[in-house]
Design a protein around this ligand. Structure first.
Ligand code: HEM
Length: 138
């Protein structure tokens, strides 16, 4: 009897529906995981073509070099670079966290939560510093 009562109050965890995605509270490790995939895709799909295009523009001729300078000197160009900087920093720092987790380092719940929070804060702080440099604050 007591066994049945205990079983009744046990929480049930089910897969969420698409409509619940926005209200679902992900733990920091879950946020890092999604952002790691997003930043990897961004680096591959936008980062590589954009950087190769800039390299080509900077090398082909004097005229194309001026166009390179115009792109990296414009606000939209700088914003794209800033997003790519965040993507690289987040992806690299989170990637190092994953490599450490793969070595069974920091796999306990509390240390894993802490390292996920460090990844989120460190990548944003470093992006902010690089952003200030990019926009000529120092
Ligand atoms: C210091 C630099 C980097 C580190 C330490 C790193 C680390 C990692 C690691 C550990 C994974 C596997 C994650 C897992 O087990 O799910 C991964 C996945 C991936 N990386 Fe990187 N990476 C770096 C740079 C890059 C760059 C520059 C790109 C793209 C141009 C890139 C694109 C990807 C993609 C697309 C994935 C697959 C993501 C997924 O399946 O969710 N990475 N990276």
């Amino acid at each position: 009897m007591a066994d049945i009562a205990a079983r009744k109050v046990r929480p049930e965890f089910r897969n969420i529906q698409v409509s619940q995605i926005l209200s679902y509270r992900l733990p920091p490790a879950g946020i890092v995981s999604i952002l790691h995939r997003l930043s990897g895709a961004l680096l591959f799909l936008v980062g590589i073509p954009f950087c190769l295009y800039l390299l080509q523009q900077s090398l082909t001729s004097e005229i194309s070099f001026e166009s390179y300078r115009a792109i990296v000197g414009s606000i939209p160009g700088k914003l794209v670079l800033l997003v790519l900087m965040w993507a690289f920093l987040h992806h690299a720092i989170a990637g190092i966290r994953y490599l450490l987790l793969d070595r069974h380092m920091g796999i306990l719940k509390e240390s894993s939560r802490l390292s996920a929070q460090i990844v989120l804060v460190a990548s944003l702080l470093l992006t902010a510093v690089l952003g200030l440099k990019l926009f000529g604050v120092f």
